[in-house]
Design a protein around this ligand. Structure first.
Ligand SMILES: Nc1ncnc2c1ncn2[C@@H]1O[C@H](COP(=O)(O)OP(=O)(O)OP(=O)(O)O)[C@@H](O)[C@H]1O
Ligand SMILES: [Mg+2]
Length: 362
């Protein structure tokens, strides 16, 4: 699984580019401002139906052109091809899958499952619980068929309950609470099982990348451990009504990482936090690959320049060993020692164009 062909027109400074990526490792090299991140942004648009940089799609379109297009051909597990096209014109986003308009970003995500490792990836460690919940849910969405439905249902019921709380009508809460409890327990069950698999691997990768062994992960469901959700909800009902929102539940869940009993964000240095976040993301890619018997596409923006030589190489070794297609950007190809990775292609990004610079191996 991965992209066999990528063509980009008028996305930021990239006016026209067409590449045939390697099925394994692709390095995008170029000076600052040359358009490397923009190439990753194009791939991300295909897989997620949105940008990781701008909430306003109009800003992604080249200033001198009215619209942008990104086209990709992706191989399936069974050797067939899906063609994906994205167009942004007059601020309107349109996606086509195999020639037909596609409205759902979840469909795009299942065609090209993407993981993005960004320079600010350490947010996963030091950022808010919301980031970690989104991270867990992304993984679940891809490996558990019924997860999306369970997630949507919980959020729908939660919205309804919050609306009733704001009306201060306690009597109406009873039936919504029953539905909320059922949906919450389903969601929690998915997450607990997934986190177990994920953290097992993340611990192993932390050891490989950082040499740290005593990492502990604990998943917090969004209410007190050991307490039945039903009781947690009941106990907070009065303050929920006063505040006008539901305080307990899976929407408050978190994944806590501790080393030697201390919070990871406190214990680890900046570079180590990036590597810890990478361990989690690569664990997620690995769980995906194992569960689906196919590989997700991993985008890594600028990471090599932030790590020392030894950690950079350890990271690249692990990244390559996970399998699947990878795109890494770097300002200098000398930052990466590529001889250890037989299937690689290097692309030179220059003034808005992308040129295949070298092709090694298979
Ligand atoms: N809508 C747009 N139209 C034209 N150019 C744009 C637009 N938006 C951004 N740019 C320019 O595109 C260029 C490429 O940006 P990009 O972030 O992809 O570069 P990069 O190679 O990743 O740089 P760095 O190494 O600094 O991360 C920048 O110079 C930016 O000013
Ligand atoms: Mg960049």
């Amino acid at each position: 699984m991965g992209l066999n062909l990528l063509s980009i027109h008028n996305l930021r400074n990239i006016e026209s580019a067409k590449i045939e990526p390697s099925a394994r490792l692709n390095i995008l090299v170029g000076a600052n401002g040359s358009g490397k991140t923009s190439v990753l942004e194009a791939i991300y648009l295909l897989g997620r139906g949105k940008s990781f940089r701008s909430a306003y799609s109009r800003r992604i379109v080249n200033y001198n052109h009215p619209s942008l297009t990104v086209f990709g051909k992706a191989e399936t597990k069974s050797g067939l091809f899906n063609s994906l096209g994205i167009q942004i014109s007059d601020g309107r986003f349109r996606a086509k899958l195999n020639g037909k308009f596609e409205q759902k970003s979840s469909t795009l995500a299942s065609i090209i499952p993407l993981l993005f490792i960004s320079p600010d990836g350490d947010k996963l460690i030091k950022g808010s619980p919301r980031q970690r919940r989104r991270f867990i849910d992304w993984g679940l969405f891809h490996v558990e068929h019924d997860f999306l439905f369970a997630w949507q249902r919980y959020n729908r019921v939660l919205l309804q309950r919050n609306a009733i709380l704001r009306q201060k009508s306690a009597a109406m809460l009873v039936s919504w609470d029953e539905q909320l409890i059922e949906a919450a327990l389903k969601l929690d069950h998915f997450r607990v099982n997934y986190v177990d698999k994920l953290t097992h691997l993340a611990q192993k990768f932390m050891q490989q990348l950082l040499g740290i062994e005593n990492v502990e992960f604990s998943y917090q469901s969004g209410w007190r451990r050991g307490e039945a959700f039903k009781n947690a909800l009941k106990a907070s009902i009065e303050s929920d009504i006063r505040l006008g929102f539901t305080q307990k539940g899976p929407h408050r869940a978190d994944l806590v990482m501790k080393i030697d009993g201390r919070a990871a964000a406190e214990y680890l240095s900046g570079g180590q936090q990036k590597l810890a976040a990478c361990s989690l993301l690569l664990a997620q890619a690995s769980v995906f690959n194992q569960c689906k018997q196919e590989s997700c596409v991993i985008l890594v923006d600028d990471l090599p320049s932030e790590l020392d030589l030894q950690h950079r190489q350890l990271f690249m070794d692990l990244l390559y060993s996970i399998g699947g297609q990878v795109f890494v950007t770097a300002t200098d190809s000398n930052l990466l020692q590529l001889t250890a990775y037989p299937e690689n292609k290097t692309f030179h990004v220059e003034r808005g164009g992308v040129i295949a610079e070298r092709e090694d191996g298979v």
